[in-house]
Design a protein around this ligand. Structure first.
Ligand code: TYD
Ligand code: MG
Length: 480
């Protein structure tokens, strides 16, 4: 077994395995914290690859086990009309898109993790919120362990976040942060970043799983005790050498992922876990020279740059929580020059695309065996809702036959394995959005036409479809 592992994963040599086994060295997954006796290439718990690192000795002298006061369970009916401070107060962050994603505002005493790749704009977002908060709600403690005061001040000036209530603490030690929180009445604590903090009672290096987990645990405990909200910034890296925020997901109340194409200025904020709101909402921002700007009308942005008369493109309304957004689905079907034709997908699930191509072959009698198929969703959006099936098939057919779809035509609907077009949720909201942007025609499932559509959809001619055969009939009669 050792031989095989060291052969497959040449990072650790066979003799190292033996000495590790002798010395009882443990390994820990930096993503989910799972501990094993030997190094594994793939974590059986969270499925991440190459995430096991040697577990550091932890010389923890904790008094957490000591019982400090008598505790006893209370019947739930005995609480009376107790006002829970946690759910009672939501305060605005000053950024509407952020408030919408988080569920209306930051809840008093809650811990919010903003996770994302380095350079995506987490510190910028946190500093913008801290600046607004210090003006509106009083003292804010901003712990910066990564950047110098000079860098932060320069950024704060550009973001217009400078205020004498914004107190900066440059430290890498958890104990400093905890004692500072105790020393004053803060209305918000921002920790940028959790990977730069370390608990002096642990011997492991900053950024290791145990440090990240212990520091977060202590900080959350402290802020809950004082009933102040906290924003924690956490890096995730593709190579996975720094402990990922997965370790923290169960400790904090809300996990927000901040992503986007680093090369473009578009940034998306979405909630992965939210104790105080939905996880469906998407916040859209643009990174500019003076920080992050909210994009209240993302559809207009995503529709920019469309060209008339080009095949393989259609716009669909997706539902990002309560707000619909128009995004463009593009497909390119070209003659393949290799034995196994290529399938390339950006912004969609490859398996879903392969499945829909198989449905087209079986139910419409088309052949894609000698065609490469590439599919793209513009604007860096990832779509995981089934409503994308119908527009995707239309984009593929449009490119296959080289028939452009009119710029004023849209579609949404799920496709079943039998080729039937199925209804999806939110049809009125979706149709309302495409009507707002001047679309004139929309292909939908027959099931979405009933109940009758209301005035919001005025101007849009709805084309109800039962199956993809009907779609093909329509498309073959289409003149762009
Ligand atoms: P930053 O917030 O430091 O990222 P993170 O904390 O996630 O590592 O943002 C870094 C990038 O943002 C950097 O490439 C510069 C860019 N940026 C702007 O374009 N405009 C701005 O006003 C600011 C503050 C940053
Ligand atoms: Mg940063």
């Amino acid at each position: 077994m050792n031989y095989k592992l060291s052969w497959i994963f040449p990072k650790i040599r066979q003799e190292d395995y033996r000495s590790m086994a002798r010395e009882r060295i443990l390994f820990e997954c930096i993503e989910c914290g799972m501990v094993t006796l030997r190094w594994l290439g793939r974590c059986p718990q969270c499925d991440s690859w190459d995430s096991f690192v040697e577990k550091q000795e932890e010389g923890v002298k904790s008094d957490r086990g000591k019982v400090q006061k008598e505790v006893r369970p209370i019947p739930i009916t005995d609480f009376g009309d107790l006002q829970m401070p946690l759910s009672s107060k939501k305060l605005s962050s000053g950024i509407k898109e952020f408030d919408r994603v988080i569920g209306g505002g930051i809840v008093q005493g809650s811990a919010v993790l903003i996770a994302g790749e380095p350079g995506i704009g987490k510190s910028t977002l946190a500093l913008q919120i801290a600046g607004f908060w210090s003006r509106k709600n009083g003292k804010v403690l901003y712990v910066h362990g990564e950047e110098s005061l000079h860098q932060i001040q320069d950024r704060a000036r550009r973001l217009d976040s400078c205020h004498n209530n914004l107190l900066m603490l440059g430290t890498n030690t958890l104990q400093d942060v905890v004692s500072t929180i105790d020393s004053d009445n803060f209305s918000l604590v921002v920790v940028d970043s959790i990977q730069s903090l370390s608990n002096l009672e642990l011997s492991s290096v900053p950024g290791s799983v145990s440090q990240v987990r212990e520091c977060t645990f202590e900080l959350v405990r402290k802020t809950k005790e004082k009933d102040i909200p906290m924003i924690i910034v956490g890096h995730i890296t593709k190579d996975g050498y720094i402990a990922g925020p997965k370790v923290l997901e169960h400790i904090v109340d809300t996990v927000l992922y901040f992503d986007g194409d680093g090369k473009h200025s578009l940034r998306l904020l979405r909630a992965n876990k939210n104790r105080f709101g939905s996880t469906q909402e998407i916040g859209v921002f643009e990174m500019g020279s003076d920080g992050l700007k909210e994009i209240v009308e993302p559809s207009a942005l995503f529709l920019n740059g469309r060209v008339e008369g080009v095949s393989g493109s259609i716009v669909m309304p997706i539902l990002g929580g309560t707000r619909p957004m128009l995004v463009e689905i593009q497909a390119l079907v070209s003659k393949s020059h290799v034995v196994q034709p290529k399938r390339g997908v950006v912004g969609l699930n490859l398996q879903r695309v392969t499945l829909l191509v198989a449905v087209l072959e079986k139910r419409a009698g088309l052949s894609f065996g000698d065609r490469d198929i590439f599919v793209n969703v513009t604007g860096g959006i990832n779509i995981d809702e089934p409503a994308v099936d119908l527009p995707l098939i239309m984009a593929i057919l449009s490119s296959y036959w080289d028939i452009p779809i009119s710029l004023r035509c849209s579609a949404f609907g799920e496709i079943g394995l039998g080729g039937e077009v199925r209804p999806v949720n939110g049809s009125k909201v979706r149709l309302g959005e495409i009507a707002k942007f001047g679309f004139q025609k929309c292909f939908i499932s027959v099931g979405n036409v009933n109940p009758p559509l209301d005035n919001d959809c005025v101007g849009v001619k709805v084309v109800p479809l039962n199956n993809i055969r009907e779609l093909i009939e329509f498309m073959s009669n289409m003149e762009g």
